[in-house]
Design a protein around this ligand. Structure first.
Ligand SMILES: Nc1nc2c(ncn2[C@@H]2O[C@H](COP(=O)(O)OP(=O)(O)O)[C@@H](O)[C@H]2O)c(=O)[nH]1
Ligand SMILES: [Mg+2]
Ligand SMILES: [Zn+2]
Length: 291
């Protein structure tokens, strides 16, 4: 049996990469009756029905399922921030990392447009986030810096590329694979948003045997629906202090003799990361009160 991968789908039509070609497929009735649509990223079994046409007979079990954008089997998110133009937003970066941790995705951080700044600054970020446990790639689509590295991280899996509008997501993918010809450049905020809602998710196939979904930018992002006590687990650098606080169930806020806050005071945990933690905690608590 040959497996295919759903590249995109809309209103009952699916495009499936199968046997090195794109097949136009419908979904077997059973799935339609159960209202279980296939998602981009689904690994499927196809029955050929004609020239370039087929039916999806089976949707193989999903490793993961993202709601926004709706993609199955995503393993990794590449978070792109520009070192400059637009300036990096540390809180947004931390928010996206929480999202990735919550969804169980591997996260790779790309600090792009390194040609525009003195390298000390991106290098500092690389150290900070590296210490927190993340892979950081410094890139520039102008000089080609880091592109090879990024390409190797995209190989062999399904990824999404995310980050604010204008950070260089589409440019990076074009650099990773010349020929994709993704549109780049300034899009007016209004039109950008309009496109966001109507556009269908499409996986781009890479020569390095991977698939990646380009996403439109955003400037804000809601935290997932999570309990306050689960937030600390989304900050991997807190992990080694778990259980070392005086109080059981310490939220690492105002409690005395908190191992996490001690680590922040000693410079073992980055202050700005901890500030994001505090801000997100407030946000989650505010939500709880509203319900
Ligand atoms: N100087 C510089 N400009 C870049 C780089 N990458 C992208 N850009 C520019 O930044 C703008 C936004 O890029 P785009 O790929 O459309 O960003 P996206 O909204 O994240 O997809 C475009 O004008 C690109 O030419 C880079 O590494 N260095
Ligand atoms: Mg883009
Ligand atoms: Zn604590």
């Amino acid at each position: 049996m040959i497996e295919g991968v759903v590249i995109k789908g809309y209103s009952g039509h699916y495009y499936v990469k199968y046997k090195g070609k794109i097949w136009e497929c419908s979904l077997r009735g059973r799935f339609r009756l159960e209202n279980k649509p296939a998602l981009a990223g689904d690994r499927v079994v196809v029955r050929e029905t004609g020239k370039g046409k087929g039916v999806i007979e089976e949707i193989l079990p999903r490793v993961s399922e993202l709601a926004r954008p709706p993609i199955a089997n995503v393993e990794m998110v590449v978070i792109v921030m520009a070192a400059k133009d637009p300036a990096i937003n540390r809180e947004l970066l931390d928010r996206m990392l929480v999202m990735a941790e919550y969804e169980g995705l591997e996260a790779v951080i790309c600090i792009n447009k390194c040609d525009l700044v003195d390298l000390d600054f991106p290098q500092l970020l690389k150290n900070t986030y590296g210490k927190a446990g993340y892979r950081v790639i410094l890139t520039s689509t102008v000089t080609g810096m880091g592109i090879e590295d990024l390409r190797s991280w995209l190989a062999g899996r399904i990824s999404v590329i995310a980050g604010p509008s204008g950070a260089g997501k589409s440019s990076l993918l074009n650099a990773v694979q010349p020929g994709l010809m993704l549109k780049t450049g300034k899009v007016s905020a209004k039109i950008g948003r309009g496109k966001h809602t109507t556009r269908h998710v499409e996986l781009l196939e890479l020569e390095v045997e991977g698939f990646v979904a380009d996403t439109p930018g955003f400037s804000s992002l809601n935290l997932p629906e999570m309990e306050t006590e689960n937030l600390a687990a989304c900050f991997p650098e807190f992990a080694s202090y778990e259980g070392a606080c005086k109080f059981n169930g310490c939220l690492h806020l105002a409690e005395p003799q908190c191992a996490v806050k001690n680590a922040v005071a000693q410079g073992l945990i980055d202050k700005s990361r901890y500030r994001s933690y505090e801000a997100f905690m407030k946000e989650l608590e505010g939500r709880k009160r509203r319900y």
